[in-house]
Ligand binder design. Structure first.
Ligand code: IMP
Length: 182
């Protein structure tokens, strides 16, 4: 079966295409940016983005939205992860966390799938901690400050894709479409 992934991010597409292949799914890349409504909840944002986009695109498709949630910062930057990364970046996150003992954080990925009629969402989480310094150069975004065990995501490289929030969300989603295809 074939599915269309709407994203402007090539890294996300490649990662997803590889996981899809394991399910015998061929992924098509619809490379485009789309309007992301503001909101305080990733699931709601992903769902609304897909609903708006469904009026513009033909047929089925899915998109993905993700963010970093830091417990001591009450879930910040969460749905604002992209803006916060572009503005204060990893240095800013480390500064906000200076002297903070509770360093627990998680990444959340939400997939919104438009099946031609309705939008359904699927999510995945990766739990870790905010490091005290940036480490590694392999990933993107907040990877250098996200500790998973003893390594940051940016130090893990390919291993990250086996346990990432995005992987978990994609697996839940692909299992669902395989069970409900047709
Ligand atoms: P978006 O889902 O593309 O809007 O990403 C939201 C923000 O979270 C971006 O600034 C990304 O850099 C960051 N982000 C999402 N997933 C990851 C990840 O796996 N590692 C590091 N940063 C991530």
């Amino acid at each position: 079966m074939e599915l269309t992934f709407v994203t402007s991010n090539e890294g996300k597409f490649r990662e997803a295409a590889e996981i899809a292949a394991g399910y015998g799914i061929k992924l098509n890349w619809k490379k485009m940016k789309y309007l992301e409504p503001q909101g305080s909840n990733l699931e709601e944002i992903a769902r609304l983005s897909a609903e708006v986009l469904s009026r513009e695109l033909d047929g089925r498709f899915f998109l993905e939205d993700s963010g970093l949630f830091v417990e001591a910062l009450k879930g910040f930057p969460g749905p604002y992860s992209s803006y916060v990364f572009k503005t204060i970046g990893n240095e800013g996150i480390l500064r906000l966390m200076e002297g903070v003992e509770n360093r627990r954080a998680y990444f959340l990925a939400v997939i919104a799938y438009f099946d031609g009629k309705n939008v359904r969402t699927f999510s995945g989480k990766a739990e870790g901690e905010i490091s005290t310094e940036m480490r590694g150069s392999k990933g993107f975004g907040y990877d250098p400050v996200f500790l998973y065990g003893s390594k940051t995501f940016a130090e893990m490289g390919g291993e990250k894709n086996k346990i990432s929030h995005r992987r978990k969300a994609l697996e839940t989603f692909f299992s669902y479409v395989m069970r409900n295809q047709g």
